[in-house]
Design a binder for this molecule. Structure first.
Ligand code: 1CP
Length: 334
């Protein structure tokens, strides 16, 4: 049976599906209580029982149309031999890259390290099997992973050094392409019906380098997902020109950020669109939320649109507001 998202992108339903990036996360008290007892974030992502429970938490509360696996894009550098710590009030802290280790990583060892992720997908599928919802697996795009691997911390607030294109970079990108495909394939084989590719730092790439760092590497993954008969969603966050991205990469669904004008997107892009709603609006009062959500939905009325945010749910968001949001979206056209 097709899910609501699949019906939406095939033009078979006028109902707007909804799920939210970071729907499993710090705004939920039930997540925070597990997190408090599990200080090591990577370990938590690899704990089959807890990670599948966290994945389901927002489904139980809000009945979203898709469950995104509780995991992280930085598990790939971790499985390629680079140590990753998540430090409180700092973010990810990566050990210096060891090219030798990267070059010597074997497929079997990589898959063994990430095997809990695939079990989490199977567990999640089992738990929502009666609900006809999508299970979303994901990866970080090569550029965003490369950036974390070389910068060793978040590049937010200009906190990063530009690096030159050279043979080392070429080599890392080739390795990432290879191992991301292995990770994508295993997620699909274990039950992920959609793969979202997060290029969170695409906005930092200069126009002249977009082809090398963004379009080509992501297109390679999107083509692979197509070959596996799964669905791809791309989120090249803060990129200047989404239309050009879509023309070059041709994903099934494009996720937009909240800095772009949604009506321009609607008028210039023909493929299904996801997201875009500013997560900060959910910190306002209910009247504002209702007006803004309704305005957003009207912009995409009659179009193939999946409601989501232009970035993740903020930690200070009141879960009651998320419930309110879901009710507005569901009553808009149902
Ligand atoms: O309790 C905590 O401190 C952990 C916070 C947290 C969570 C809940 C992190 C640390 N990662 C996650 C889960 C996560 N990460 C998901 C789960 C599924 C869901 O959406 O519910 C997903 C899809 C991600 C993906 C991810 N991780 C991205 C891409 C999306 C984005 O936010 O731009 C990125 C960049 C990361 C790296 C990461 N993970 C966590 C942090 C603090 C960061 C760094 C962010 C930064 O550089 O500012």
């Amino acid at each position: 049976m097709r899910t609501l998202i699949q019906d939406c992108i095939n033009n078979k339903s006028s109902k707007t599906p909804i799920w939210l990036m970071r729907q499993a996360g710090r705004y939920l008290p039930e997540f925070r209580s597990i997190r408090k007892e599990n200080q090591d974030f990577i370990k938590l992502c690899l704990n089959t029982k807890l990670a599948s429970e966290i994945t389901i938490q927002p489904i139980t509360r809000f009945d979203f149309d898709a469950a995104i696996i509780f995991s992280d894009i930085l598990l790939v550098p971790f499985a390629l031999g680079q140590q990753v710590n998540f430090k409180k009030d700092f973010g990810p802290d990566l050990q210096k890259i060891d090219i030798e280790k990267l070059n010597n990583t074997k497929k079997e060892d990589f898959l063994k390290k990430l095997n809990p992720v695939y079990e989490i997908i199977r567990e999640t599928k089992k738990k929502i099997s009666e609900k006809n919802k999508d299970t979303i697996g994901f990866v970080g795009a090569p550029w965003t992973l490369l950036l974390y691997m070389l910068n060793r911390k978040s590049p937010k607030e200009g906190n990063f050094n530009v690096f030159p294109k050279n043979r080392d970079i070429d080599n890392i990108l080739i390795k990432l392409d290879n191992f991301l495909k292995i990770h994508i394939e295993a997620q699909i084989e274990n039950g992920a019906s959609i793969i979202q590719i997060f290029d969170s730092w695409a906005g930092l790439v200069p126009e002249k380098d977009l082809d090398y760092f963004v379009y080509k590497p992501i297109k390679s993954l999107v083509d692979f997902i197509k070959k596996k008969r799964s669905i791809s969603i791309c989120f090249p966050r803060n990129i200047d020109n989404y239309k050009k991205f879509v023309e070059n990469v041709n994903p099934d669904i494009i996720n937009i950020d909240y800095n772009v004008d949604p009506s321009t997107i609607r008028d210039t892009i023909d493929i299904p669109v996801q997201g875009g709603f500013d997560p900060k609006i959910l910190l306002q009062n209910k009247d504002i939320v209702r007006d803004e959500v309704t305005k957003y939905l009207k912009t995409f009325d009659q179009k193939r649109y999946i409601f989501n945010l232009g970035h993740g749910v903020l930690p200070d968001t009141n879960p009651d507001m998320v419930k309110y949001l879901v009710d507005i979206v569901r009553s808009f056209n149902g």
